[in-house]
Design a protein around this ligand. Structure first.
Ligand code: 3PG
Length: 207
């Protein structure tokens, strides 16, 4: 599973207000060459959207983002999510995700966060908010003392096709995440062709 995320190196971060948009969005991403979606638990439609993708698109790796509570991690797993992420590190969420068999990446932004994650045996970490925290330069410096532990990062926050290559060039970066190619407005307006175009552009920038 992790290998499949890491192969494409891009995780689209999706916020869906309406679960009916999940299927056309998955089709638009697939047409662009991406078979991964992170659907964030920021809206009431998240759980149903994950269930709909897990049921109708077995070829899509569907994950849950913004898992802030153990209960959300369990609901995400029960809905069919195969991976989960959060902006921060909550040991209770990590424990529940692990017990449920949900691959989970907590979020970190400081050395202490990384050490807390390592002590809980988490080695694939979301670096958030990547751009505001200082971008690739910050991540490179932050990761320096920890690279030998095998820790890898998925920077997210403020990333687009214009700067993703700068992150992916770092050996500690496993993949990047971002919402730009699945922007809420594009989804609300049903601009599926534009989503496909932006997805292709992102994959080209990552290769
Ligand atoms: C996330 O949850 O990972 C971020 O909201 C995505 O950040 P972006 O919208 O700047 O890509």
């Amino acid at each position: 599973m992790i290998d499949r995320i890491l192969a494409k190196r891009i995780v689209p971060v999706v916020v869906l207000d309406d679960a009916e948009s999940a299927a056309p969005l998955a089709e638009a991403l697939l047409a662009g060459g991406l078979d991964i979606m992170e659907i964030t638990f920021r809206t009431a439609a998240a759980e149903e959207s994950i269930r709909s993708i897990a049921t109708s698109f077995p070829e899509v790796l569907v994950g849950a983002g913004t898992l802030l509570t153990p209960e959300q991690a369990q609901r995400a797993k029960d809905a069919g999510a195969v991976f989960g992420l959060a902006p921060g590190l909550n040991p209770e969420v990590i424990k529940t995700a692990r017990a449920a068999g949900l691959e989970f990446s907590p979020g970190v932004m400081t050395p202490s966060d990384i050490e807390a994650a390592l002590s809980l045996d988490c080695k694939l970490l979301k670096f958030f908010p990547a751009g505001a925290a200082g971008g690739p330069g910050m991540l490179k410096a932050l990761a320096g003392p920890y690279a030998h532990t095998g820790v890898k990062f998925i920077p997210t926050g403020g990333i687009s096709s214009a700067n993703l290559a700068d992150y992916l060039a770092l050996p500690v970066v496993a993949a990047i995440g971002g919402s730009w190619m699945v922007d809420k407005k594009l989804v609300a307006e049903g601009k599926w062709d534009e989503i496909t175009r932006l997805t292709k552009e992102a994959l080209a920038a990552a290769s």
